[in-house]
Design a protein around this ligand. Structure first.
Ligand SMILES: NC(=O)c1ccc[n+]([C@@H]2O[C@H](COP(=O)([O-])OP(=O)(O)OC[C@H]3O[C@@H](n4cnc5c(N)ncnc54)[C@H](OP(=O)(O)O)[C@@H]3O)[C@@H](O)[C@H]2O)c1
Length: 341
């Protein structure tokens, strides 16, 4: 049976404007970092993407190195696009990125024009697209002039290979500099993509103020701290979970102190009538400068639970104060180096 999207797909999702641009993003977007590689059955991937679109998720976030192996998430997404969503391209916002190690040699990572340009061409081929909606510099490169990296984003937009430019894991000062360079080139910075969650609050320092001042959107990644803020690790490491796979979520990040905070936060969530995952997502969206929370989901059930967070985005000042007692830095920001250089 060919896939027919739900006619109700725009009924319940909330959309927020990205900074002062014309582009709206769903309050919850879907990222394809870890659950869409060649090791996962394509039918499961397809089910999550179809359900996401049916529930109003119009934004799918990719990068050259998502998988594993690198490139495979873009390939699989391209297959699903071709079979299921080919007629709906104009309802979708698809992003990709380049910045981390992708292929051997000096032109396969960081922020040179050479790397970004070649990588975007490869991403377009893998997904079978003429253009992505947003192309990101995936991390700050301390050695390449920022003018060169931003110049490569500007060129991608001028060539029609991307509609908008984005940056990811840039500090407040780096972001301000990127905004100025891109503005002078005539390609405004649409959005930044930083890590942010109740256990990783670095963007509250000054990045959000820069974004508010400059009119740049913000899509926060790992809002569930890679699953820690679902409570799934409170009773040990479940089979099949990210922490078990030996990848980006090291069991060392699940110390007793962190788990005690998670337990206390889960109690607050229960009093709100939400799961911890739902409260964690709602909490990242409490500041209107945050355009979207970018979640990962390995199943339709996870996705549905996460989207239901939008049923209660309100927090009383008492709730926020109580959350602040436990929502403290927990040493889980794996991306801190990029925004500190
Ligand atoms: N720009 C960057 O440098 C960067 C870096 C990282 C991520 N990102 C983007 O952000 C996206 C999200 O990152 P993330 O995957 O770390 O986000 P996350 O939403 O914090 O974590 C997702 C993981 O949490 C678990 N999970 C999610 N919902 C759940 C639920 N309702 N119940 C139980 N477990 C649940 C799943 O893990 P299990 O596999 O254990 O079930 C899932 O894979 C990525 O896909 C990517 O697009 C960007």
């Amino acid at each position: 049976m060919p896939y027919l999207p739900a006619s109700t797909r725009y009924d319940d999702m909330q959309y927020r404007r990205s900074g002062r641009s014309g582009l709206h993003l769903p309050a919850i977007s879907l990222g394809l970092w870890q659950n869409f590689g060649h090791g996962r059955p394509i039918d499961g991937q397809r089910a999550v993407i179809q359900r996401a679109f049916d529930l109003g998720i119009t934004h799918f976030d990719l990068a050259n190195n998502y998988g594993p192996p690198y490139g495979s998430a873009e390939e699989n997404f391209g297959r699903i696009l071709a079979t299921d969503l080919a007629g709906y391209r104009d309802e979708l916002v698809i992003s990709s990125k380049a910045g981390y190690d992708m292929w051997p040699g000096p032109y396969g990572e960081w922020g040179s024009r050479k790397y970004l340009t070649a990588s975007l061409d490869q991403s377009l081929r893998r997904m079978g697209l003429d253009y992505v909606d947003i192309f990101y510099s995936h991390r700050f490169d301390p050695e390449t002039p920022l003018e060169e990296t931003m110049g490569a984003l500007d060129t991608a937009v001028r060539q029609g290979k991307a509609l908008y430019a984005g940056i990811s894991s840039y500090s407040a000062a780096q972001t301000r500099a990127a905004v100025a360079i891109l503005r002078a080139m005539g390609t405004p910075l649409l959005i930044t993509q930083p890590s942010y969650s109740m256990l990783n609050r670095w963007i509250e320092g000054s990045l959000l103020d820069v974004l508010g001042d400059e009119g740049v959107g913000c899509i926060v990644f790992s809002p569930l701290a890679q699953g820690v803020l679902t409570g799934k690790y409170l009773g040990g490491i479940p089979a099949g979970s990210r922490a078990e796979s030996g990848g980006s979520l090291s069991p060392e990040l699940l110390g007793a102190e962190t788990l005690a905070k998670v337990r206390a936060l889960a109690d607050i969530a229960a009093r709100r009538g939400q799961s911890l995952a739902q409260m964690a997502l709602a909490w990242t969206l409490r500041d209107q400068r945050v355009t979207s929370a970018l979640v990962g989901a390995g199943s339709v059930a996870q996705l549905e639970e996460n989207i239901a967070a939008l049923g209660n985005l309100e927090f009383s000042t008492t709730e926020l104060a109580e959350i602040d007692r436990y929502a403290t830095e927990s040493g889980i920001n794996l991306w801190a180096a990029s925004s500190k250089s």
